[in-house]
Design a binder for this molecule. Structure first.
Ligand SMILES: C[S@@+](CC[C@H](N)C(=O)[O-])C[C@H]1O[C@@H](n2cnc3c(N)ncnc32)[C@H](O)[C@@H]1O
Length: 209
């Protein structure tokens, strides 16, 4: 891999939606092998487990679906149907090839998703609420898409949870949510070797009122 190749360091240095579009266009085809398998990336499975464990049901929206790893984990758990939304057409192409999504939507979460209020009974997200990607401002849009009573399981990089305003945003949204649980999980499995191998995420698991 050359220093020009996409990797986690480049991903954490992103700043804007256009930065994300450009990096993931180049990373899409190798993401599952060079990143997810090589780093024993475990967050999509942990997020799907948290969703199912909280009684989550479909139809589910996978926010920042990427190449579809969370959709695969949900399908393996028997949860669906699942739609995915992502800013990267190239990542969504890889997700489409996995054959587990009902629909895939190319959209910038900051600009909003063209879908009626409350159109999903469940929402999941892994690896998207993190360094240089999507911030707490988007939680209002995510909640808008969820139906009353919907289960949401949103993984948030633990280093960002307080520092980048997710804790404050969830406090602000408290009147609209209930049963908030925040389990802390490892993002990578025991085989991970990279500099981020010990990174943690909080999975915000809650219901929309
Ligand atoms: C680290 S990947 C995670 C993908 C997948 N959920 C996983 O766990 O493997 C982050 C994803 O967020 C998407 N993303 C970043 N900014 C976005 C935005 N503003 N709107 C929608 N998707 C965005 C990227 O295109 C990328 O697919």
């Amino acid at each position: 891999m050359s220093s020009e190749d996409p990797d986690l360091t480049a991903a954490y240095a992103l700043q804007t939606p256009d930065d994300n579009r450009a990096l993931y266009a180049r990373w899409a085809r190798d993401y599952d092998t060079d990143f997810a398998a090589a780093e024993a990336y475990a967050l999509p499975q942990a997020t799907a487990r948290a969703f199912v464990g909280a009684g989550g049901q479909g139809p589910v929206l996978d926010v920042g679906a990427g190449t579809g790893l969370c959709g695969v984990a949900l399908a393996e758990a028997g949860s669906g149907p699942v739609d995915g939304v992502d800013i990267s057409a190239q990542m969504l192409e890889v997700a489409r090839d996995k054959g587990v999504y009902r629909g895939l939507i190319e959209a910038d979460l900051y600009a909003g998703v063209a879908c009626d209020d409350g159109c999903y009974a469940g929402v999941v997200s892994s690896g998207t609420f993190t360094h240089g990607h999507v911030g707490p401002e988007v939680l209002d849009e995510v909640l808008r898409l969820a139906a009353p009573g919907a289960v949401l399981a949103l993984a948030i990089n633990a280093a960002h949870y307080e520092a980048h305003g997710f804790a404050a945003a969830l406090d602000r949204l408290a009147p609209q949510i209930r049963d908030l649980d925040l389990p802390e999980v490892r993002i990578y499995g025991p085989a991970a070797q990279g500099a981020h191998r010990d990174d943690m995420a909080r999975i915000a698991v809650f219901r929309k009122r």
